[in-house]
Design a protein around this ligand. Structure first.
Ligand code: 6PG
Length: 227
């Protein structure tokens, strides 16, 4: 279940979420590792974080940005989660390039990109299971999160840190797996809009069979920021 923070409207949600992330980042040690969610919902959060009245408060130089999942399209493709994050936050906040760790999508396959991404995670976290300070997640209407979709073999991956999505998706995708997500210090779902009300009512109580229902940090904290 975790901690539910319900906001009156999307603007309040993104402002509250940005301030929450700011607090975590300021309290963190010399590095703050954050995995970004993709899709459409988080764009407004990233814009809020990089807004002129808030941008100056973030310790960008110690924040390292990874991605919870990525579509295997060129980084300039409008579907790219990296492009969305770069346009809405990483660019406007002038985050140092060395602090941004996109999934390499110019490989031969999603499996190759997943393997390459696991290598990037190891370069940053070392050989032990990555422990992100914060992982942001969205919620699909089918109960998926990141690119962990219902019925996907990636749901059963309990060793590898990344996996290619194997079920039919609009484009090939790479995702973090449960071992990494559930090892995070903080996991934060960001869910907004009428279209998500039904799935939220089924997932929020906990123990649902949806992929998002299996997000249970082993020792970290789970938060639901909703509006
Ligand atoms: C993606 C996301 C995905 C997203 C949900 C919700 O790459 O699409 O990682 O898991 O968070 O599909 O998407 P919306 O925020 O667009 O509703």
């Amino acid at each position: 279940m975790g901690t539910v923070k319900k906001f009156e409207n999307p603007a309040a949600l993104f402002d509250g979420a940005a301030k929450f992330i700011l607090q975590l980042a300021q309290q963190a040690g010399p590095k703050f590792s954050i995995s970004l969610a993709g899709g459409t919902t988080p764009r407004a959060l990233y814009e809020r974080m990089a807004a002129p009245d808030m941008r100056g408060s973030f310790p960008w130089e110690k924040m390292h940005f990874f991605f919870g999942d990525e579509r295997c399209v060129p980084h300039e493709d409008p579907r790219s989660n990296y492009r969305m994050a770069r346009e809405s936050m990483l660019g406007p906040a002038a985050v140092p390039a060395g602090n941004v760790h996109p999934v390499n999508t110019s490989t031969a396959s999603a499996a190759a990109s997943a393997q390459d991404y696991a290598g990037d995670l190891e370069k940053f976290f070392g050989k032990d299971l990555p422990r992100f300070d914060l992982i942001l997640l969205g919620l699909g209407e089918d109960g998926h999160t990141a690119s962990l979709f219902p019925g996907d073999p990636a749901l059963l991956e309990n060793k590898k840190w990344t996996a290619p999505a194997k079920v039919e998706t609009p484009e090939p995708r790479v995702t973090l797996t449960y071992p990494v997500i559930n090892n995070a210090d903080n996991v934060m779902f960001l869910v907004s809009g009428e279209s998500k009300k039904k799935i939220l009512s089924e997932v929020l109580p906990g123990n649902s069979n949806y992929p998002s229902g299996k997000i249970k940090p082993s020792s970290g904290s789970l938060y639901w920021f909703i509006s």
